[in-house]
Ligand binder design. Structure first.
Ligand code: FAD
Length: 518
């Protein structure tokens, strides 16, 4: 069975026992990747349960540095989450709700520690939103049983996707493996079930005695990042100015985007020098805003009050937010993508090049392909990369350099502020032609054409590759090939490390041979 089926079975098997647990002591909400008070389903359910019984709500964030390791969380992402916890703690404190935060040394000790804390607090009920990675689903399935055996109730609910995984089926009753028909079905399903866009209210104030009863929890400090995830002083200054934490920052960003940019999103979304996208990925991936709120807010601005039709920018943006749901559905249905395996098994036998020098040059933005180098330098400097450029550099690594896409997937996770397993794995699979994209492998991006089309005046390149800032609009896309050798050589900007046409043929042969030998 898929890991989600184990969790669903655990919830069903314990349903009776959980229903009989009387609420006492306190109700606990366990924050994971849902670091917000508003529109948080499990938190709203926990708050309701506590309120009905007149007991306090306690919130906790229990994690192990090994979780950060296993999920390849980048230092900038860990820093963002810890700063967000600070905001969350302050917001909850205003409601007399404590947020207890603890780093447990070993990952496997987290469930025992949670049970121990619940015993200590005299709490009977635990709530959490579901996470769809294999390890998390398995852990939660065990915890549902363990807590039940200990006379406690653990409720794990869907929240992160607008449409919970498992709801959409193709005509033949199977899970969709292609985005377009899946998206049509996603839209229709929401139109028929508008409660999916319902807003979950933030928790209410705790009873007056909560502060006295759980005084120690209110004194809890947010820990520092584990040693290997710490930022230098310079990085803190740089990243923190760019990525304000917490749900208020997220809500403000959504409001500003909807006010100023969403109408033109369709035209602008592919231009990396243009600030035409929402930059909400850091918030969606940390749960400082819900996908539901994003879709509801955008839809409400559309006169048709529909997800499709009406203003094109709104429709297109909603369809992009839907990609996030899509990749999570894929992960739940084909969990082997979590295990380093390509979605299309016939692509398992490609002979990758593993050229370490080429890989390093790609990582550092020194390939001699200005658009690729600009994008990689953007990633290294700000922890973010424009979507068009993510596709260009991923195609370049896996096709032009013929380097195993999993090395690029990992590098992204280790550097992105918005690193999310499902979206990143999906994006890499798509770009390397080993994922859910129905297009065959011979669709290979030409970096020069991509550069000319999406950065015609070289504005993005000039920003991130200052060595090239004085070149004209034509030269800038291919300085050595377009007669700017003398100007550019003295800046130290490298020549192209491969010749696109040549390596394109190499990629075509390697993919073909890989498939045939599979
Ligand atoms: P907007 O254009 O404003 O879109 C709004 C939201 O929709 C995004 O914040 C995001 O949550 C979602 N979204 C948009 N496009 C996609 C997409 N193609 N796939 C999944 N969700 C999407 N996104 C991540 O959040 N984390 C990742 O680790 C990640 N890795 C990627 C790796 C590759 C190789 C590729 C091609 C794409 C990846 N994406 C990832 C998707 C996409 O590039 C980013 O979500 C987007 O660039 C974020 O910018 P934005 O918030 O301004 O997006």
């Amino acid at each position: 069975p898929r890991p989600i089926e184990d969790l669903v079975a655990a919830l069903e098997q314990t349903a009776d026992a959980r229903g009989k647990v009387t609420v006492k002591g306190a109700v606990v909400h366990w924050f994971k990747m849902d670091l917000r008070c508003n529109d948080n389903r499990a938190l709203a359910l926990a708050s309701e349960k506590a309120k009905e019984a007149g007991v306090p709500l306690i919130c906790m964030y229990i994690v192990s540095p090994q979780d950060y390791e296993a999920h390849l969380r980048s230092p900038v992402r860990v820093d963002f989450m810890l700063r967000t916890l600070q905001v969350l703690q302050e917001d909850l404190a205003k409601l007399d709700i404590p947020l207890y935060v603890e780093m447990v040394e070993k990952r496997k000790k987290v469930p025992d520690r949670i049970l121990e804390l619940m015993e200590e607090w005299g709490a009977s009920h635990l709530f959490a939103n579901m996470e769809y990675e294999v390890d998390e689903l398995r852990r939660e399935a065990h915890m549902v049983h363990d807590l039940s055996e200990n006379g406690k109730a653990f409720e794990v609910v869907h929240d992160t996707c607008v449409v919970p995984p498992g709801r959409l089926h193709s005509g033949s009753g199977n899970q969709y493996a292609v985005y377009s028909p899946w998206f049509r079905s996603w839209v229709a399903h929401i139109h028929e079930n508008l409660d999916l866009l319902e807003l979950y209210e933030p928790p209410g104030k705790n009873p007056e005695d909560a502060r006295k009863k759980f005084k120690k929890l209110f004194d809890c400090k947010i820990p520092d990042a584990p040693k290997n995830k710490q930022l230098s002083q310079e990085e803190k200054k740089r990243f923190r100015a760019l990525w304000p934490p917490g749900e208020h920052a997220a809500t403000d960003r959504l409001a500003k985007f909807c006010e100023e940019k969403i109408g033109k999103y369709k035209e602008k979304r592919n231009i990396p020098s243009d600030d035409g996208t929402s930059s909400l990925s850091v918030h969606l991936s940390s749960g400082t805003i819900s996908a539901r709120t994003c879709v509801r807010t955008a839809r409400n601005r559309n006169k048709t009050k529909k997800l499709d039709g009406g203003i094109e920018g709104i429709q297109t943006w909603i369809s992009e937010v839907a990609w996030r749901d899509f990749y999570k559905h894929v992960l739940v249905h084909w969990p082997f993508v979590c295990m380093n395996k390509p979605f299309k098994p016939e692509y398992s036998n490609i002979s990758w090049s593993y050229d370490e020098d080429h890989f390093q040059r790609w990582c550092e933005g020194r390939t001699g392909f200005p658009i690729v180098d600009a994008a990689m330098r953007q990633l290294n400097h700000v922890g973010y990369m424009h979507n068009r450029c993510r596709m260009i550099v991923a195609s370049f690594l896996s096709k032009d350099l013929l380097i195993d896409w999993r090395k690029g997937e990992r590098y992204f996770m280790e550097h992105l502020v918005d690193g999310d397993f499902a979206s990143n794995n999906g994006g890499w699979g798509f770009s390397a032609s080993v994922g859910v994209d129905p297009q065959p492998y011979f669709r290979i991006f030409n970096p020069l054409l991509q550069s000319e089309k999406f950065d015609p005046e070289g504005e993005y390149i000039r920003k991130w590759v200052p060595e090239l800032k004085d070149l004209d609009d034509k030269e800038i896309h291919d300085p050595y090939g377009r007669g700017a050798k003398d100007k550019v050589k003295k800046t130290g900007y490298p020549e192209q490390i491969v010749e696109h046409k040549e390596v394109r043929d190499r990629a075509l042969s390697a993919y073909k041979e890989g498939i045939e030998s599979g």
